[in-house]
Design a protein around this ligand. Structure first.
Ligand SMILES: Cc1cc2nc3c(=O)[nH]c(=O)nc-3n(C[C@H](O)[C@H](O)[C@H](O)COP(=O)(O)OP(=O)(O)OC[C@H]3O[C@@H](n4cnc5c(N)ncnc54)[C@H](O)[C@@H]3O)c2cc1C
Length: 480
């Protein structure tokens, strides 16, 4: 090992969370190094949010256009897969990170390419692909932002079957004739929508009773209905016991519990994520390799005043915008602590304390229909012991929705805390629902009293008029 190079802050992992915290610590005047083993920009930029949404946008736009009078005849043909892939390749910069590196340079963050590991207190060792070794020493903080990787269950035959993970599902250059998808959560639902729309015959195999199990039950039900109408097969309550693929190009067969077999050309295992912490030197600082890294609300690891973890790896909310939010919080906290701020609690608007990532997490599932939620579902609110009432409304009855698309189908729910009369959670499922979500996020994060929401008047004729209908339904129910 060479002599340690000293920085104020060393960030391990250059995904959205790592990039953002490096930006914030630089803005606080702290010298910052960032270590990245693959591509600066992380999973989100190359194999997750960006390519998946680039594949989905044409699929959703086509589905919506088919419901708009006068357009249906024009768009009836299939999507041009090559053009969709070109669009996706553009948005992933063809899996090159020069643009991100230019940005790192512009903000003065020093990049080390290679695999980084904690190397005792305040130190990170980096092994570059060229075989160079560096030791980086941090005066104030080391931030772990190494993200997650796909989990593939250890089923008989799985290795030889060369299944897709989310990486292959978002970067494939050909449309498989038949795509089997194992899993029922966001990645499974989005990739089923994308590939069915691109021309595959998709079969989704869900172990549980519905798609999107973490959202309100109607979300998964509406998405499954739409997938079936688009020609996909969605089966619930099925367990895969083994997988078989003969040769390098042959079809893949999954064996279900009970012995039934299903054949496909590709198999996507959308079966969860695990933290990328098994080989980052956690043992050198008394933590357990392979585990999620627990943090306090400033994203600092308890018992280690110099160690922080932001983004997926701390398991608070596995979403890019939440990782970036944590990066802003932790960056401000590191900056404040480096200048000897006596207490972070005195910050005027909680700048150093992450709260939204546990209380008001917005999430959009870009399926057809889109499913968008923030805060708690009814079941979560009840489990947490709140006295609540759920108010539902059929989005199809809102005139803005009817104008948006013929036969608009969707549903909205708000979960009201009856003690304080504020919203604990809101869910919208329907075409275009993604863009409705931020108003709900403001209401939930801001704990806006229901009485006050009456004065946030939605424009006519927009889908947002559902707010009025939900408030009326709440008032009428409350009065009755
Ligand atoms: C298919 C899919 C679609 C998604 N869509 C969305 C979406 O639409 N919206 C949304 O908000 N979220 C979405 N997500 C989740 C989102 O991708 C993650 O929340 C986000 O990428 C987490 O950012 P991160 O910076 O914590 O980690 P990552 O993006 O995983 O980045 C971690 C980085 O650390 C690097 N690294 C790891 N170990 C080391 C090491 N030892 N040394 C050096 N570098 C290392 C990795 O190479 C990587 O670049 C999606 C996820 C998937 C799988």
């Amino acid at each position: 090992m060479t002599e340690a190079v000293e920085y104020d802050v060393v960030v391990l992992g250059g995904g959205p969370a790592g990039e953002n915290i490096a930006d914030r610590t630089r803005a606080a005047g702290l010298s910052t190094a960032l270590v990245e083993s693959e591509l600066v920009g992380g999973e989100c930029s190359y194999w997750a949010c960006i390519p998946s949404k680039a594949l989905l946008r044409p699929v959703l736009a086509r589905a919506e256009a088919l419901r708009v009078p006068g357009l249906a005849g024009v768009v009836r043909g299939p999507l041009e897969a090559a053009a969709v892939f070109a669009h996706r390749d553009y948005w992933t910069a063809n899996w090159k990170d020069e643009g991100q590196i230019g940005w790192l340079d512009s903000v003065g963050v020093h990049l080390y390419r290679g695999h980084g590991r904690l190397y005792g207190i305040r130190k990170v060792a980096v092994s570059s692909p060229e075989g160079e070794h560096h030791v980086l020493s941090a005066r104030h903080a080391v931030v772990v932002a190494t993200g997650t990787r796909a989990v593939i269950p250890d089923l008989p035959g799985i290795a030889g079957a060369r299944p897709w993970t989310s990486r292959e599902a978002t970067s494939a250059q050909e449309v498989p004739g038949r795509l089997l998808i194992v899993g029922g959560s966001v990645v499974a639902a989005e990739m089923a929508t994308a590939w069915q729309g691109l021309g595959s015959q998709v079969t989704v195999l869900v172990r549980g009773s519905r798609l999107l199990p973490r959202m309100e039950p109607f979300a998964g039900e509406l998405v499954a209905d739409a997938l079936r109408e688009a020609g996909a097969v969605v089966r619930t309550g099925v367990a895969v016991e083994a997988v078989v693929r003969d040769g390098s190009t042959g079809p893949v067969t999954v064996v279900l519990e009970g012995g039934e077999t299903l054949e496909g050309d590709e198999l996507l295992m959308a079966t969860g994520r695990s933290p990328r912490t098994e080989d980052i030197g956690l043992d050198t600082v008394g933590l357990t390799p392979g585990e999620w890294i627990g943090v306090d609300d400033s994203c600092r690891v308890p018992g280690h005043d110099w160690l922080y973890a932001v983004g997926d790896v701390n398991h608070r909310a596995l979403l890019t915008h939440q990782g970036k939010y944590q990066a802003r919080i932790a960056g401000a906290a590191i900056g404040a602590r480096a200048t000897g701020a006596p207490s972070l609690d005195t910050a005027p608007w909680g700048a150093h304390v992450a709260t939204a990532d546990t209380r008001a997490v917005p999430q959009v599932v870009f399926t057809d229909p889109e499913a968008a939620s923030v805060g708690l579902s009814l079941a979560e609110a009840e489990r947490a012991g709140h006295r609540v009432r759920a108010v539902d409304y059929d989005l199809g009855k809102v005139s803005g929705a009817g104008l948006y698309a013929d036969g608009y189908r969707g549903r909205a729910r708000m979960v009201v805390d009856l003690e304080r009369e504020v919203l604990l959670g809101v869910t919208f499922v329907g075409p275009g629902a993604a863009e409705l979500l931020h108003a709900a996020t403001v209401a939930v994060a801001g704990q806006v009293p229901v009485d006050r929401l009456w004065h946030a008047v939605p424009a006519f004729p927009t889908i947002s008029e559902v707010w009025l209908r939900l408030l009326e339904a709440y008032r009428d129910g409350a009065a009755g």
